[in-house]
Design a protein around this ligand. Structure first.
Ligand SMILES: [Zn+2]
Length: 293
């Protein structure tokens, strides 16, 4: 009997410039089986209303290319931990719009940074984040994408840099069956979770499973880290070129418990003449092949 190798769900975050569907075609060009997008300009508050044409073109591209493992990432300005009422309300509204757009596009996961408490304290910040999510989920009813809380680096006053914080926020969410998690390798490393050796990788994944549950891990961001373990500074680097190194990524790529989970690069794109998406994707594929001929 021949064993068919499972094709890993591997891809990158691609630009939507020129149309949302362009990101899917970019994914195809790189042989991706998973893609992440922003559904609007990620650095402004301005919302985007999808036209029927946007939705149709996206659906057609998905059908043609066959990529269904698609996540959207929320805009950077959103902060559900903000003590400023105006910012908080804007954030709730922006997240509602993001969930709605992703639902229209048939995207199953919305990846979201929990928020930053801006000096108001972790406990208060986490209460606000959970309160904001409750408002968003109540507004979006039971349908649509799952909201994934992303592990954060802990830069500044950002929340969600410990698995316990993510668990705490999730517990306060009324409809918490609609919450999942996105693990970012650079962020957890910056937050102090080591994955560079078999032993530390096992410990980190064990902690994740115990505190959050691997069954709720829906997307993985694969980024190497420019800064050291525990730096709490969020700087993504090319796979194998940073402080995590190839071994950590080999452990993830060959962990059968994670085989079905989409793995997305968020590393810098072009630098000089090198097409880094191609290079980083090839590095990851090669790391998997070592143990899966
Ligand atoms: Zn990420």
């Amino acid at each position: 009997m021949t064993r068919r190798a499972v094709r890993p769900l591997l891809g990158a975050h691609f630009s939507i410039s020129g149309g949302l569907h362009k990101a899917l075609y970019a994914g195809k060009k790189y042989g991706c089986t998973a893609v992440q997008i922003f559904t609007k300009n990620a650095s402004t508050w301005k919302e985007r209303t999808l036209t029927n044409q946007d939705i149709e073109a996206f659906g057609l591209a998905r059908q043609e290319i066959g990529i269904t493992a698609i996540s959207s990432h929320t805009a950077y300005l959103i902060n559900l931990g903000s003590p400023e009422k105006k910012k908080f309300d804007l954030s709730v509204n922006a997240l509602i719009c993001e969930m709605a757009r992703s639902h229209q596009l048939g995207i199953p996961w919305v990846v979201h940074h929990p928020g930053a408490h801006m000096g108001s304290g972790e406990a208060e910040g986490m209460e606000r984040v959970a309160g904001g999510i409750n408002r968003v989920l109540a507004e979006c009813h039971g349908e649509g994408p799952r909201l994934l809380l992303e592990t954060c680096a802990g830069q500044g006053t950002t929340l969600g840099h410990t698995f316990e914080q993510l668990a705490y926020i999730t517990e306060k969410v009324v409809e918490n069956e609609r919450i999942g998690f996105c693990l970012d390798t650079c962020h957890i490393f910056a937050a102090g979770y080591d994955i560079r050796t078999e032993e530390t990788y096992r410990e980190t994944m064990h902690a994740f499973d115990k505190i959050l549950g691997l069954d709720r891990l829906m997307v993985i961001h694969l980024n190497d880290a420019k800064r050291r373990l525990g730096s709490r500074i969020d700087r993504h680097h090319h796979i194998g070129k940073g402080k995590i190194g190839r071994k950590g990524f080999s452990l993830i790529m060959n962990d059968e418990r994670l085989a079905h989970i989409p793995k997305i690069l968020e590393t810098p794109k072009k630098e000089g003449l090198i097409d880094w998406d191609r290079r980083n994707l090839n590095t990851l594929r090669a790391l998997r092949k070592q143990n899966h001929p």
